[in-house]
Ligand binder design. Sequence first.
Ligand code: ADP
Ligand code: MG
Length: 364
Amino acid sequence: DGGKRTDEIHRLDQATIERIAAGEVVERPASAVKELVENSLDADASRVRVVVEAGGTDGIRVTDDGRGMTAEAVERAVEKHTTSKIADIDDLEAGVGSLGFRGEALAAIGAVSRLTIRTKARGTSRGTELRMAGGEIESVEPAGCPEGTTVEVEDLFYNVPARRKYLKQDATEFTHVNRVTTGYALSNPDVALALEHDGREVFSTTGQGSLEATILSVYGRDVAEAMILVEAHADSESDGADGGNDEERDTDGPLDELSGVVSHPETTRASPEYCSVFVNGRYVSATAVRDAIVEAYGGQLAPDRYPFTVLFLSLPADTIDVNVHPRKREIRFADEADVREQVRTAVEDALMREGVVRSGAPRG
Ligand code: ADP
Ligand code: MG
């Protein structure tokens, strides 16, 4: 049918505009999970629990023991473009210390679901429960709850049928939720992060601070035991006492630091999704980095097999672009070729040290 289409150009009503905008931020359950977990981490939580039903299509609940919000704060928080994390564009240019900063996640999630937030600010005596649906606040009431925040998202896209229809099977949606949650677990070993799906605990980390223990919790013993340490530090101390150590080729480039683990070439998967890369603490998708990792194995990987990796890169904030679209994880580097070379060299060194790769490709 032709719907309500007319040949006249007319302005969309505000509710329609808002739902379209919200759909840009929240594409699927995993994007809501990502935003909520980021908020928990930004709130200094030491425990975060993610509970999803039917891949997140029926329900998502994220509970944290972070700093919580006062009643006034939580009402502000669900408005559009409200954030406690940056003041102006200069803060953005200076590099953001928090994961969020756009101030649009809660408003967007609230616009396309039934949202309940229960929260109590640290050191206060009374909690608050806020309920909203389709972008409208329905109630804000005092509530008894522990310090921290629980955000519950039900009926995602109930008012955006076109978007609802595009959701994949629960198992596929859950794969995305799992990937996102795993990413935050790996990059925050000092946070106890748990994921539950349809009443079953998928993983839970201890929050004791070690990457090894976190990998064991998330991927299991076989993968944990196949991991090889990768490490490269910047050697150029501008005014350090020992300036004579600049022979370390592997640190020559834009990266300040590179650390993490890569798996033995026998321990692989058919999908690149287990190549986790973090840039300045942010879980990103960086095709260039992934390619460099694979290249470092120098033909030791079976065709179309990918290693498990957890690599943390740190570089000056002004050499990366984080201000990309919130939905996109792909990151841009100012000096991509150099980053790539540095990663390849560092991974290759680690593999050679373990005797896994005999000799690398010639180095530029
Ligand atoms: P952003 O994270 O970009 O600031 P959000 O819409 O995700 O935007 O959140 C808005 C604000 O709500 C945050 O800046 C923060 O002050 C507050 N907030 C959201 N989630 C939490 C949480 N789990 N604990 C404490 N405060 C939170
Ligand atoms: Mg946020």
